[in-house]
Each structure stands twice: as C-alpha cells, then as structure tokens.
Design a protein around this ligand. Structure first.
Ligand SMILES: [Zn+2]
Ligand SMILES: [Zn+2]
Length: 160
C-alpha cells in the first residue's frame, strides 16, 4: 500500500488509520496483516503500526518444520527533508509517497531472529546416528571434544 503524505505534512492533527494485508514475494511468510495509523501531532508526522504474520522455517537444531506467529512493531518518524538526526527511526520520504509494504518488510527482516528453534530447549539431532534426541537418548557414546578437554584441564588446575 502506498500512502500519499502531503496532507499529513501540511496539517497539524491530520490522522489516518489503516488496516490491510499484503503478500510478500518471499515465500517464508504468510500474508502480512498491517494495522496502525499515521498522524501529524504538533508538526511531527509519525507512523505507528504492527505487522502480524506467520513464518515457516526449519528448526536450526533438529530441522523440524515449524511455523511461528510473529508481531513486529513498525514505528517511525516521517520527514520530507533531511534533518540533522542520524537515526533509523527517521524515514525520509522526499516524494511524499510512503511505500508502506517496503518499509514493513525492512522492519520484519531486521527483527527476525538469526535462527529459529522448535522450542527453546530443543536437543537437536545426534551427530553420530542422526536420531532426534527430543524423542529420547540414542545410546551413542558421546566423545568429548579435545578442545573442551583442554579447557577442562585448565579449569581443574585453576583450583590449586
Ligand atoms: Zn528442534
Ligand atoms: Zn546417536
């Protein structure tokens, strides 16, 4: 959705509420529903909205397919000429047309975690036999990483 901003910059008190849905070209998201408003309050034009959607991803540890409901805040001050503030909160809209979908997608990408887990304490897969350890132990002998063994030695000596 594109929003014509001229009237917001020109009149103190102008406000528009919006609620709509768009589909991202990136297939990992369900349709994204956006709800919020733009207003001019005492000469300051601001955007305040929330984007809700479901992400489909794989658990980074056990590779199970998961879907997560997410809600990302989209809050910015809108300006039509550069000011001295060097701040991501300020969005420069020189041509007076706000491309809201693009802005929402930027905020969504910034807020996505670097990896998804099916649950916080996912045990992952056994590196030896590949069994999903959430379903129980597999009986493989876990070898101690030699680097960890060195570290362990270091800590043991530290006590003396
Ligand atoms: Zn998992
Ligand atoms: Zn195993």
């Amino acid at each position: 959705m594109n929003i014509e901003l001229r009237r917001f910059f020109e009149s103190d008190g102008a406000r528009q509420d919006f609620e709509y849905e768009f589909t991202s070209v990136d297939g990992i998201f369900s349709p994204i529903s956006v709800k919020g408003f733009i207003k001019n309050s005492a000469g300051i034009v601001s955007l305040s909205a929330e984007a809700r959607f479901t992400v489909s991803a794989q658990c980074a540890k056990c590779a199970k397919n998961i879907s997560k409901e997410m809600c990302v805040p989209v809050r910015h001050f809108l300006i039509n000429h550069l000011n001295n503030e060097d701040n991501d909160e300020y969005i420069l809209v020189e041509d007076m047309v706000l491309k809201l979908d693009e802005l929402v997608m930027e905020d969504i990408y910034l807020s996505l975690p670097s990896r998804f887990l099916c649950k916080d304490d996912c045990k992952g897969l056994c590196p030896i036999c590949g069994k999903d350890l959430n379903e129980g132990e597999c009986g493989c002998k876990k070898e101690i990483d030699p680097r960890l063994a060195v570290l362990q030695h270091f800590f043991d000596n530290d006590d003396e």
